[in-house]
Design a protein around this ligand. Structure first.
Ligand SMILES: Nc1ncnc2c1ncn2[C@@H]1O[C@H](COP(=O)(O)OP(=O)(O)OP(=O)(O)O)[C@@H](O)[C@H]1O
Ligand SMILES: [Mg+2]
Length: 246
């Protein structure tokens, strides 16, 4: 099966710091992969390279068979790659529904007309409503995002990523800072992601990782230390020593 996303021998140096070391990985249709590793292991740096925020020092990124290493973020989005950020990046004053509408306009190449009301695009308006309902945000649609609880804001970020109809979704610590009371809704949203979507999730909560992921990649000091099923990772001696701590 052709990979939707292939990372080939990626290296990243920040000055004298070697932060990504010969990392290779692949994501396929329907994948649920967790990328784990201690603070500073290079997880966010890897996602930043894959999504085009920063260029790799060496290596390549292939999306659905096409080398996108030199392409800008927006070009990768257009080809089916979406991500969320470790720290929230929403427009605080804009209504939730409006932000989703703008993401839909962007996907449809209608950004020049973004000042228009979505009323002229009934199919997109319906899609925005359905997406917000799917994520349990329907009743907040008219509120500015700053009025939402933090966990709900993270759901809005997921809605914006999904509005792009991605083939590959990279989630950088979607649960970070989310209180227990909101965690259930986020977990439900993760469970409800489209079956064919290839998901890579960075997460420190090992209960969530081992429940959600069908494959786990362990990063340590910028390199892949291990990769396998949850059972294989649980039993992996080097992982237990380096990361799980028991
Ligand atoms: N722009 C940058 N310039 C210099 N060093 C950087 C830069 N970005 C990240 N680093 C360094 O790269 C290393 C990896 O950082 P990164 O944020 O990728 O780790 P992480 O695995 O995502 O950690 P966390 O679990 O804390 O989010 C760290 O030592 C960090 O200080
Ligand atoms: Mg990080």
């Amino acid at each position: 099966m052709t990979a939707l996303l292939e990372v080939r021998a990626l290296d990243k140096h920040f000055g004298g710091l070697h932060v990504t070391r010969a990392v290779s990985l692949a994501l396929h249709v329907g994948d649920r992969v967790a990328l784990i590793g201690p603070n500073g292991a290079g997880k966010t740096t890897l996602v930043n390279q894959v999504s085009g925020v920063i260029p790799p020092s060496r290596g390549s990124i292939v999306l659905a068979g096409e080398d996108v290493t030199k392409l800008a973020q927006a070009e990768r989005v257009r080809r089916g790659l979406a991500r969320t950020f470790q720290i929230t990046t929403l427009a605080p004053h804009l209504a939730v529904q409006r932000q989703v509408e703008l993401a839909l306009f962007e996907r449809e190449g209608l950004t020049g007309r973004a000042w228009r009301s979505i009323d002229g695009y009934p199919a997109l308006a319906a899609e925005a409503r359905a997406l917000l309902a799917q994520l349990g945000l329907g009743e907040h649609a008219g509120l500015p995002t700053e009025r939402l609880a933090y966990g709900e804001q993270r759901l809005v970020e997921m809605a914006l990523a999904l509005a792009l109809r991605p083939k590959v979704l990279l989630l950088d610590e979607p649960m970070a800072g989310v209180p227990k009371s909101d965690a259930t809704r986020l977990l439900a949203a993760l469970d409800a992601l489209p079956a064919a979507l290839a998901v890579l999730i960075i997460e420190h909560d090992m209960d969530l990782v081992f429940r959600y992921a069908r494959r786990i990649i362990v990063l340590a000091d910028g390199a892949v230390l291990a990769e396998g099923t949850p059972d294989e990772i649980r039993a992996h001696p080097a992982v237990r020593n380096a990361y799980l701590g028991h």
